[in-house]
Write a protein that binds this ligand. Sequence first.
Ligand SMILES: Cc1cc2nc3c(=O)[nH]c(=O)nc-3n(C[C@H](O)[C@H](O)[C@H](O)COP(=O)(O)OP(=O)(O)OC[C@H]3O[C@@H](n4cnc5c(N)ncnc54)[C@H](O)[C@@H]3O)c2cc1C
Length: 458
Amino acid sequence: MPDHLGRHAVVIGGSIAGMTAARVLADYFGQVTVLERDLVELQPVVHKSVPQGNHLHALMLGGQQVLSALYPDFTDRLVKLGAVRFRFGIEAAFFFPAGKAYTPSGSVRSPRDLGVDGFSQSRGLLEHCVRQCSMEVANIKFEFGAAAESMIYENGQVGGVRFNRGGVADSIAADLVVDAGGRGSRAPRWLREMGFAEPEETVIGCDFAYTSAKFRKPPSYDGVERVMLFGGPPPKYTSGAGIGEIENDSWMVSVAGRFGDYPPSDEEGFMAFAKALPTHKFYNLIKDAERISPITHHRFPTSVLRHYERLPAFPERFVVLGDAISSFNPVYGQGMSSAAKQAAALQGLLAERAAGAHGDGLKRLAAAFFPRAAEVVASPWILAAGADFAYPQTTGERPPSMDEGGRYFAALDTLVVEDVNVHRLVTEVFQLARPLADLMSDPLRTRVLARMAERAEK
Ligand SMILES: Cc1cc2nc3c(=O)[nH]c(=O)nc-3n(C[C@H](O)[C@H](O)[C@H](O)COP(=O)(O)OP(=O)(O)OC[C@H]3O[C@@H](n4cnc5c(N)ncnc54)[C@H](O)[C@@H]3O)c2cc1C
């Protein structure tokens, strides 16, 4: 058994962050137990605590890469379950009042093959696939219907979890506890109970709302696009929509709006909102399509970043990851990839600890992990905040140098139009498959700065 770092690890939360963390821990602990409070059905459906699964849920390239590295043949399995493969630059497009485009800014107007495939599926199917893969790992065990309630804590060290299953209190001992309990994670409360400070939070008021439903893909649909986003440039347009082709010849359809321009959740209101969008394309696509699921609504008032990396002290044998650290405005589709990448960062750290393990390889693990998680989260947070603050109604802490960054990106976008390699690179960065720093490095940086100078002279 792979018990280089300990005999038993416990993960709280059996969603994307929890399952990827469990997979990573399984290489270094004899046994991994996942405590998931929901009674999860072992099929592609959404469970109670993940209501966001009823909305459009894009898996970015960054997340896809991590899942493919963690689970053998991951994308093949996804496709076998019904996921739809699509080609970036051709089969994913934006529709604006000015017409069809292949960049979020609308700058690239003709399709071009970026040489990269994405996969579109419902959140339920994706999670089911990750769960199936995780359950096949011999030393991972899922305990469903088990809600973690408090930490077992003694002498500065977490030693396990007290949980409740069907009204019955129980406990489980662990050499390491990982909290992947999502945005509503109780880690801040548990820290307080153990006598530690809670993390500071950065909060951005993005005030966003989704209304979604599944539709049967109309048999008459003959477009090449599998993933379509509809909207108009900020700050003028506060509403938009998305269609993702998913399993079973269906479309996951979401309409969305900000700052009071919220989509209604009744059929008539949904259609009226669709009709009033900046482009008629969306309404024309769905107006005669058959709706095959109830309509659901989700409000997302704030993005939240918890700064665990700034805490001066933290209990031993305990870490936190996933949405419990960073919960992003969902419109940018970053959360699952950020969670998976944080699990990959934990994997890197555990590998180092196992290789150099003298005595306690878990000592001050959190202090080493949180700065790495913060680094993972920084790119998506800056990208999302940059887009959110294009609306003056957005509240909260603006990332530094936003105006300069805006000019840089505007100049970069002109290079995207001219150079397919720059288009691919920018797509990979926005898809979290490469760090944001790659857009600021030479030789690209010199080209962008030259373009900025040319534009300033005009
Ligand atoms: C409307 C909406 C749309 C989104 N769209 C996208 C998208 O397109 N692409 C994308 O990548 N991301 C999207 N996200 C974000 C994405 O859903 C999350 O980032 C992702 O689920 C990873 O989160 P997680 O695993 O950390 O937490 P969650 O998915 O929230 O899961 C937390 C899990 O922990 C369990 N849990 C919580 N507390 C306890 C406890 N005490 N004991 C036991 N179990 C517990 C819960 O039951 C749950 O299963 C969207 C979010 C929203 C709200």
